[in-house]
Design a protein around this ligand. Structure first.
Ligand SMILES: *Cc1c(COP(=O)(O)O)cnc(C)c1O
Length: 354
């Protein structure tokens, strides 16, 4: 693959790690590549970070043909920078592309692009505890017509943002509202694809929950509003009667790489893990009878987010006495240890940039 590089003439100073937040500061460059039916992907280039120019009829602006990924580059104690299971993000990007009729990218080329871009921007990877360089690849249709068709032209963009520790004051359990009105996705829809449209559909409920003091919503299935799906931008897991239960990937749930990694870690440790349907009634009963021992969300941004309270139809249920449970803590420590290179990586999940 040939990737042309145009260096910025105005490099920005690196931010202070105490001022990072999430996705507000961007590195000096971005990666761009164009797709045209017939010609395929072409003009891979790293250019100075800046606005994109789009035709006002571009498909993405009218019909939401957009997919994205989210992964992080981590600064190891020895100063090197590594990624976490990047090939899984590439595979998921291609599965999302297939669902939205956007062009796929050869896996080897995509890994080459991703690593070349992150290597070019790696000085932006912060080193303070819990900080990382968040990488956001996104792909969208750019056909210059209002007709509705599979994209014949598209663009892949990768931007990167140094992000702060998700937990500035230690890991605080979050309050989650179980949403029983809006739905995020239905089977047969785009729930399993990481696409912007899923977020457009979910924002109203998230805003309502936030106004009531909840950090995210827990989605129920779109048909019966009965089965637990996932939390905002995270998958969800519960420990009920000693068993780890997480909703099965039925098509409306995003198949998280953190979720998959948690399952692999837990199985290796000998925990019984069950991927199955979990109804909100079963969950409420487990809460009422004290059999729900722990609950947590898992995703790239927060890694592991303990749930300290669930609210369903106006009833507030405390979880783990509002504290972080031992399995939640184990997953957090192990995953972050592997990601930041402070613990051994027996699964070979990390990808070291040379
Ligand atoms: C990205 C995402 C997740 C988490 O996936 P990871 O690969 O673990 O980061 C979960 N749910 C939704 C809706 C997401 O967009």
């Amino acid at each position: 693959m040939r990737i042309s590089i145009t260096e910025t003439t105005h490099p920005s100073p690196k931010p202070d790690s105490s001022q990072l937040g999430f996705g507000r500061i961007f590195t000096d460059h971005m990666f761009l590549m164009d797709y045209t039916a017939g010609a395929g992907w072409h003009e891979a280039r790293i250019v100075p970070f800046g606005p994109l120019t789009l035709h006002p009829a571009a498909t993405v602006l009218h019909y939401g043909a957009e997919i994205f990924e989210g992964l992080k580059a981590y600064r190891r104690p020895d100063g090197a920078v590594q990624l976490f299971r990047p090939v899984e993000n590439i595979r998921r990007l291609n599965r999302s592309a297939e669902r939205l009729c956007l062009p796929r990218i050869d896996e080897t080329d995509a890994l080459e692009i991703l690593t070349a871009f992150v290597r070019h921007e790696q000085d932006w990877t912060p080193s303070a505890p819990g900080t990382s360089l968040y990488i956001r690849p996104f792909l969208f249709g750019t056909d210059e017509t209002l007709g509705v068709h599979a994209a014949k032209s598209a663009m892949l963009v990768i931007i990167a943002s140094p992000v702060g520790s998700y937990y500035k004051e230690g890991i605080n359990p979050v309050k989650i509202m179980i949403e029983d009105q809006d739905v995020r996705a239905v089977r047969g829809g785009t729930g399993y694809a990481k696409c912007g449209g899923n977020y457009a559909a979910s924002t109203r409920a998230s805003e309502r929950a936030e106004q009531q003091g909840y950090s995210q919503v827990l989605w129920l299935d779109g048909v019966e509003r009965r089965y637990i799906e996932e939390v905002g931008a995270m998958n969800v897991m519960f420990k009920i009667d000693g068993e780890i239960v997480t909703p099965a990937l039925t098509g409306s749930i995003l198949p998280g790489i953190t979720r998959m990694s948690c399952i692999e870690l837990l199985k290796k440790e000998g925990y019984p893990v069950s991927e199955r349907l979990l109804s909100v009634d079963e969950l409420a009963q487990a809460l009422e009878s004290g059999r729900l021992e722990e609950a947590w969300g898992c995703g790239t941004a927060a890694v592991i987010s303990p749930i300290g309270e669930l609210c369903y139809q106006g009833i507030k249920y405390p979880v783990s006495g509002g504290a972080i449970g031992p399995v939640t803590q184990y997953l957090y420590d192990t995953l972050t240890g592997i990601q930041w290179g402070t613990k051994p990586d027996p699964f070979h999940w990390t990808y070291l940039l040379d």
